[in-house]
Design a protein around this ligand. Structure first.
Ligand code: FES
Ligand code: FES
Length: 172
């Protein structure tokens, strides 16, 4: 007896063809063959084991997944890896140099600017992009330009103080 549904049953959509992508991540070249629907966030966390970048909302609303792509801060959950063939990406794992913390990482420690730490990698990557943009001069401007990065623990005051310290000590 055949129990298979007859008529108009929908077939699962076929997977799109894998595509080749070259990326330089934290200075290391990667030649990858990916499902074109792979986001940068999932590539980092699930395929390259770079789990410093966090998945919060997965919808572009919290900033936990912020990385630098060609030096600009980007919500990695919102962008597909195939859109960045040839790009340079920096994640939280790539900010320290030769065992020395990035000035922002040191400033976050100095100012006790994290509680659970979940938003911290995104905050620090976003702050690195902010400093490179050079648009923020005051605490108010830092707050405004960091508003895409949400901290549920409410460490904002210390985060702003940490970014101000790194800003005053010179752009990294
Ligand atoms: S996980 Fe990407 S913005 Fe929230
Ligand atoms: S330190 Fe907990 S969410 Fe920011």
């Amino acid at each position: 007896m055949n129990d298979a549904p007859s008529g108009t049953a929908t077939k699962p959509a076929a997977s799109p063809q894998a595509v080749s992508v070259n990326l330089t991540i934290n200075g290391q070249r990667h030649s990858l063959t990916l499902d074109p629907r792979t986001t940068i966030l999932d590539l980092l966390r699930e395929q390259l084991d770079l789990t410093g970048t966090k998945k919060g909302c997965d919808q572009g609303q919290c900033g936990a997944c912020t990385v630098l792509i060609e030096g600009r801060r980007v919500n990695s959950c919102l962008t597909f890896a195939v859109m960045h063939d040839g790009a340079e990406i920096t994640t939280i794992e790539g900010l320290a140099r030769g065992g020395t913390l990035h000035p922002l990482q040191q400033a976050f420690i100095d100012h006790d600017a994290f509680q659970c730490g979940y938003c911290t990698p995104g905050q620090i990557c976003s702050a690195a992009g902010l400093l490179a943009e050079g648009r923020a001069k005051t605490a108010e401007e830092i707050r405004e330009l960091m508003s895409g990065n949400i901290c549920r623990c409410g460490a904002y005051t210390n985060i702003v103080a940490a970014i101000q310290q790194a800003m005053e000590r010179g752009r990294p």
